[in-house]
Design a protein around this ligand. Sequence first.
Ligand code: PMP
Length: 353
Amino acid sequence: MSKFWSDALNSLQPYVPGEQPKTSNIIKLNTNENPYPPSPKVIEALDHFPMEKLRLYPDPDGSVLKEALSHYFELPMDHVFVGNGSDEVLAHAFMAFFRQKKPLLMPAMTYSFYDVYCNLYNIEAEHIPLTDDFCIDLSQYHQDNGGIIFANPNAPTGIAVSLGEIEELLQRNTNTLVLVDEAYVDFGAESACSLIGKYSNLLVVQTLSKSRSLAGMRIGFALGHPDLIAGLERVKNSFNSYPLDMLALASATAAIEDTSYFAQTVQQIISDRNWTTEQLKSLGFEVLPSSTNFVFARHRTAAGDDLMTYLRHENILVRHFTKPGIENYLRISIGTREEMQTLITALEGYAHI
Ligand code: PMP
């Protein structure tokens, strides 16, 4: 490869996604997917979809989904942006709003895609340390910034900040964008959506990959002041004016409208998370307080990579990060109760526990 191209490529440090195994006998607790199928209303919408329509381009505005989201969140339609997974929505937001002369503030430990986008778009990042107990301390986010981004609840820790803390930040920081990535918010944190009418520099990003069980469809959205939404539309139309295909639009709309299936599956996951937390603690794990569909835990004596390797031999995949400071932690997605029981039984069998 010519040095010119290899230098350009070497400067790109892409995100490394969790493993997607090809075999089906694996209990997959490594990428925070929902263990339940999408709503039956989604399956029905796909079954009845007029396939001959696929020869046409989809609606470039995704209006049917924007309408459903506007109704669900009680916000006007011009406050809604939809995209191909929240990863894409986030990427567009970085491009639109964070290419500033001052650094973008973000937690020192958070969703690692944020650093990938900074690298891609030449944005300087300033990493604000977490507290000793892994919390985001928003009082440390100073005003000399080119924007602020954090995940609430944070990943991979699972810990949430309160709505009051977010509002205090917004009161102090009025000139640059505050982006709250709420990928996991439905599992127990307070959404910042209620602040959108009051703060025009707040952008909230959510996904249908977790609480709505549609990771395979790649659907995310942003909520915020119409000027922010217009900025995102501008970037979107510069890449691809049709971010969501017809099947994704139909599925997402049905998923948002089925509020009872959503509430029931989210409640089940929260209850199984609480059960798993207690079981892990009784096996000698320290478990951070989670407001998500995963737990972040380390054993008092066993090493994180040994535990991950052992579980892999037991056909259970969990996520292990090698980052200094968290190398003994495992991030374990919450599956069905049966899957979590299998995990606990496997851990009971581990020689060092
Ligand atoms: N934000 C956070 C904090 C995440 O963990 C994820 C999932 N890996 C995403 C955003 C992206 O989710 P998706 O692209 O599936 O909507």
